[in-house]
Design a protein around this ligand. Structure first.
Ligand SMILES: NC(=O)c1ccc[n+]([C@@H]2O[C@H](COP(=O)([O-])OP(=O)(O)OC[C@H]3O[C@@H](n4cnc5c(N)ncnc54)[C@H](O)[C@@H]3O)[C@@H](O)[C@H]2O)c1
Length: 514
């Protein structure tokens, strides 16, 4: 396998401008206390942000004096985007707002060579996260990596192993619900046993998603974008999308398997993380099964806009529902289940907890009487918590292994869908009739599709197999060799990368569970 080691990285850096020493010295910086390694005039940790279009713009401004949500103790030193138009715009905005000078890069590897950068924030598309995080650790930088941690299960595991290997550096995961004091308190409440045992945890992503339109063939990449860098470890293919809002490259990659995983992996990862956190399950489940489809419109996108994934954890099942279609045809509003659209419902024997997208927790008894509300809403503390972790040289929240497992759940749910086959809804109803929670969920899915004028009598649904998972090796196992082989071949389980963008292999032998 042709993977980059840290030695290769330093060698390549040397070829690329004598920067081996730079990367080496930066690593020394990273190991020293934050105050000592800070080289900026105001004593802040020097941050480089990569991927500036939308989410990265918010991150960038967090480190700019006078910027929105400025985080104390850190300052923007560099920005990077492989779209030179985005780079020029954001660099200009940062410099103007903060009255500062920042370095600008189109090639992330060059930003990693910059000895004035102590830490990087990765806000590029999902398919870049793992590779960029590992490279940053190898270059001696601290890392904030946006969710999901990975495009596929295997590369996420490589990041976890890299975090152990380069443990002097901080790696902080962008699943911001982990900074919610309300959720932590609600979990403590449930664990105290006051509501009895958990019967199931349900993640919901009812988020309206329009058609992205339909193109007739390969679309031209804008000249401002270095498409080789943008594609990175993904397969090199021309874009087949061109929505008026995002054009052929940005954002809509979420709906293509080569880069994203649909809304379960996009928005849903947050709620998946909260649901798994409630269950207290630290690892992958023994099995997964999904069903769904892309209903209501014909467009370029590949990922389902309707998906149910059931993860059979020992503690209790975790059921995840994605809906991209509105309440009914012609409406913009989304359905709500127990007042929750994008959120989590944890059903216990004697009551339930709802957790909203903003992190507000409501605790009810089974007669729907609210027992308590927790709404300190501290999700916004996540980015300051990154700076705190860097100063403390220790991650207590934002743990990358936790983010790996929650990201992996999204990928596993999608793999079951991808190796599934189209079936009639009558056949699906028959297949799941023994499982009360799945049956009830499917009943609501059918009602929702009917409200959106989908003919559920004739339209087929993709039904994935129940796939057994070996949590130790993080692969699929089972007696149906054909299905297991197909699932294990999925790029959402493992993809090694491409050319100069191969994922460094960090794992030696069997997966060490942490
Ligand atoms: N935590 C949250 O709540 C939250 C919210 C929104 C987005 N996100 C995450 O942030 C990430 C970015 O989302 P977005 O909506 O801004 O996407 P986007 O497609 O709008 O922007 C991504 C940017 O990254 C740049 N980029 C791509 N590859 C690059 C490379 N190799 N080097 C340098 N720049 C590169 C692109 O040119 C683009 O400007 C996603 O992974 C998303 O999941 C997180």
């Amino acid at each position: 396998m042709n993977n980059w080691t840290r030695k290769d990285f330093l060698k390549a850096s040397l070829v690329g401008g004598g920067a081996a020493l730079v990367a080496g010295s930066s690593r020394l910086h990273a190991q020293a206390p934050a105050a000592a390694r800070s080289g900026s005039a105001n004593g802040g940790i020097r941050v480089g942000v990569v991927g500036l279009n939308q989410q990265g713009n918010g991150h960038m401004m967090n480190y700019v004096p006078n910027g929105r949500g400025k985080v104390a103790g850190a300052i923007l030193a560099a920005v990077c985007d492989c779209d030179s138009a985005v780079l020029a715009k954001r660099k200009g905005e940062a410099e103007k707002t903060g009255n500062i000078k920042v370095a600008g890069y189109t090639d992330y590897r060059k930003m990693l060579e910059d000895k004035n950068v102590d830490a990087v924030v990765i806000a590029t598309p999902n398919h870049q996260h793992s590779l960029m995080a590992i490279w940053a650790l190898q270059a001696g930088k601290d890392v904030y990596v946006e969710k999901p941690l990975s495009h596929n299960v295997w590369e996420g595991r490589q990041v976890v192993e890299a975090s152990k290997k380069y443990s002097k550096n901080i790696i902080f995961a962008g699943t911001q619900n982990r900074s919610s004091e309300d959720i932590a308190e609600a979990i403590a409440y449930v664990r105290s046993g006051k509501l009895g045992k958990i019967k199931y945890a349900r993640g919901l992503c009812y988020k309206q998603r329009d058609s992205i339109g339909k193109t007739t063939g390969d679309q031209k990449v804008p000249e401002s974008i270095n498409y080789d860098l943008w594609t990175g470890p993904a397969d090199m293919v021309q874009p087949h999308r061109n929505s008026p809002k995002y054009g052929p490259v940005h954002y809509d990659w979420h709906w293509f398997w080569n880069y994203g995983g649909g809304d379960i992996t996009n928005q849903g990862i947050h709620q998946m993380d909260v649901a798994r956190w409630f269950l207290g399950e630290k690892g992958l489940p023994p099995s997964v099964m999904s069903f769904g489809g892309r209903f209501g419109y014909l467009d370029d996108a590949e990922t389902p806009n309707t998906l149910v994934s059931v993860f059979n954890y020992a503690a209790a099942p975790l059921i995840f529902e994605v809906r991209g279609l509105p309440q009914k045809t012609g409406m913009r509003a989304m359905d709500a289940l127990r007042g929750t659209r994008v959120g989590v419902i944890v059903q216990c024997e004697n009551g339930y907890v709802t957790i909203s997208e903003a992190g507000t927790c409501n605790i009810f008894d089974n007669d729907n009487k609210r027992l308590s509300q927790l709404n300190k809403n501290t999700l916004g503390a996540h980015r300051p918590n990154f700076v705190k972790a860097m100063n403390a040289r220790k991650v207590t929240i934002g743990d990358v292994t936790e983010c790996h497992y929650s990201s992996a759940l999204c990928h596993l749910g999608n793999v079951s869908y991808l190796v599934g086959a189209e079936k009639t809804n009558a056949a699906l109803a028959e297949a799941i009739k023994a499982n009360e929670v799945t049956k009830e969920t499917f009943g609501r899915v059918l009602e929702h599709l009917k409200a959106n004028d989908v003919n559920t009598g004739t339209t087929k649904t993709v039904v994935g197999p129940l796939l057994a998972i070996d949590a130790k090796t993080e692969t699929f196992v089972g007696s149906d060799k054909t299905i297991v082989a197909a699932a294990n071949k999925s790029a959402l389980l493992k993809r090694e990368g491409r050319g100069a963008f191969k994922i460094p292999v960090m794992q030696s032998g069997a997966v060490a569970r942490s």
